[in-house]
Design a protein around this ligand. Structure first.
Ligand code: DX5
Ligand code: ZN
Length: 224
């Protein structure tokens, strides 16, 4: 079984106390911090840029999982790598040479990841897996742009397809993950779980992170 990892999304943290929000995730036992970068073009929202990654990487010692919801990620890879990103996720729907951008991420010593939107066929990322351009696949379970949306269960099919193709890849799921949907996603082969609003609204985030980990491990095992 691959590593089960929990990644709180700081999109749901208090932006006025961002470093504290990152620290809260680390103190709760999270494995990575998920940083949602939005350019207002690829998605209808603007969040934050490389400065937020700098703040987060200075505040915690766990890795930075950086999700680039930007139309032309090729211009910003080095900037985010220098800011402290450990994994850099680009979208298959973005306007770039995907192979070249993933290779650049790897050449900078970072983990390349490919992300696929709910309406995009999973076949679009097959070449990333067949050629091992990525270490991680991120399946969007909401339309990207905002936290707090409802989980789209139809994407579970894509997770299962990717898992059948590649037992070596990390599969992350992002959007609408809570104490119910974490189990569903794990049962089809996800091992990394991004959660924003659910985790940050908890009084006891550590208990919720531990519960995610326990539930995901149990569901993942029962699927095999
Ligand atoms: C959505 C972002 C997500 C978001 C998830 O565009 O990619 O990472 O923070 O938020 P929740 O967990 O609230 O759905
Ligand atoms: Zn995200």
């Amino acid at each position: 079984m691959p590593d089960i990892q929990i990644m709180p999304s700081i999109l749901a943290a208090d932006f006025g106390h961002l470093a504290a929000g990152c620290k809260r995730a680390e103190d709760a036992g999270a494995d990575q911090v998920h940083v949602d970068v939005m350019d207002g073009v690829f998605v209808p929202n603007i969040s934050f840029g490389p400065e937020a990654v700098k703040v987060s990487s200075a505040a915690v010692s766990i890795p930075q999982n950086v999700h680039l919801m930007v139309i032309e990620p090729q211009h910003y890879i080095k900037t985010f790598a220098d800011a402290g990103a450990d994994t850099i996720q680009i979208h298959i729907e973005s306007r770039c040479d995907v192979e070249a951008v993933l290779a650049e991420i790897r050449s900078l010593g970072k983990r390349p990841a490919i992300t696929v939107n709910p309406e995009t066929p999973v076949e679009s990322i097959f070449q990333c897996l067949e050629n091992r351009w990525v270490d991680e696949v991120l399946i969007m379970s909401v339309h990207p742009g905002f936290g707090g949306q409802k989980y789209i269960a139809a994407v579970e099919e894509k997770v299962a397809t990717v898992r059948r193709m590649a037992d070596w890849v990390d599969i992350a799921i992002d959007g609408g993950i809570d104490d119910q949907t974490v189990t569903r996603a794990a049962a089809v082969g996800c091992n990394l779980f991004v959660a924003g609003s659910y985790l940050y609204k908890q009084d006891d985030m550590a208990a919720a992170v531990a519960d995610f980990r326990k539930q995901a491990a149990a569901a993942y095992c029962s699927a095999l």
